[in-house]
Ligand binder design. Structure first.
Ligand SMILES: CC(C)(COP(=O)(O)OP(=O)(O)OC[C@H]1O[C@@H](n2cnc3c(N)ncnc32)[C@H](O)[C@@H]1OP(=O)(O)O)[C@@H](O)C(=O)NCCC(=O)NCCS
Length: 107
């Protein structure tokens, strides 16, 4: 695990192997971060939310709902952008209309 300057981890969090918490990122209580995930600089993950394996949370995002494995999310509140490995866009809608809870990771 990499914990950069100013990253904060509150109580009862679980962080997987090789996950990366960028500068100023915040994990509220009870958060679970999958292995290889990146929590971008200044991003915040709300209490008891899970971020999947190899998922990416963009700079400044506010994660308030589950992030499936392998999905990149951005924004406030965070919405899916694309699957991490394929970079296939989740849909053609503006980022502001996408919701985390409706999207499954793509192979
Ligand atoms: C989310 C992220 C991975 C996307 O990077 P990318 O794959 O290069 O994507 P792009 O720069 O091509 O951006 C794709 C779209 O997402 C938007 N976007 C990218 N990052 C965003 C963010 N953090 N918040 C909101 N929108 C974002 C872009 O504006 C672009 O929108 P458009 O298609 O409507 O023009 C990257 O912006 C990011 O936040 N990385 C984390 C960096 C970090 O904290 N590193 C740790 C350093 S120690």
């Amino acid at each position: 695990m990499i914990v950069n300057t100013g990253a904060q981890i509150d109580h009862d969090c679980e962080v997987g192997d090789f996950a990366h918490l960028a500068p100023g990122s915040v994990l509220c209580g009870g958060v679970r971060i999958g292995s290889l995930a990146l929590i971008g600089a200044g991003a915040c993950v709300a209490p008891h939310i899970s971020v999947g394996v190899a998922s990416v949370v963009g700079v400044g995002a506010a994660v308030v709902d589950l992030v499936p494995d392998g999905v990149t999310v951005v924004g406030v509140p965070a919405r899916p952008l694309f699957a991490s490995e394929t970079r296939e866009r989740v849909d053609d809608a503006p980022a502001s209309r996408r919701r985390v809870r409706t999207i499954e990771a793509r192979e």
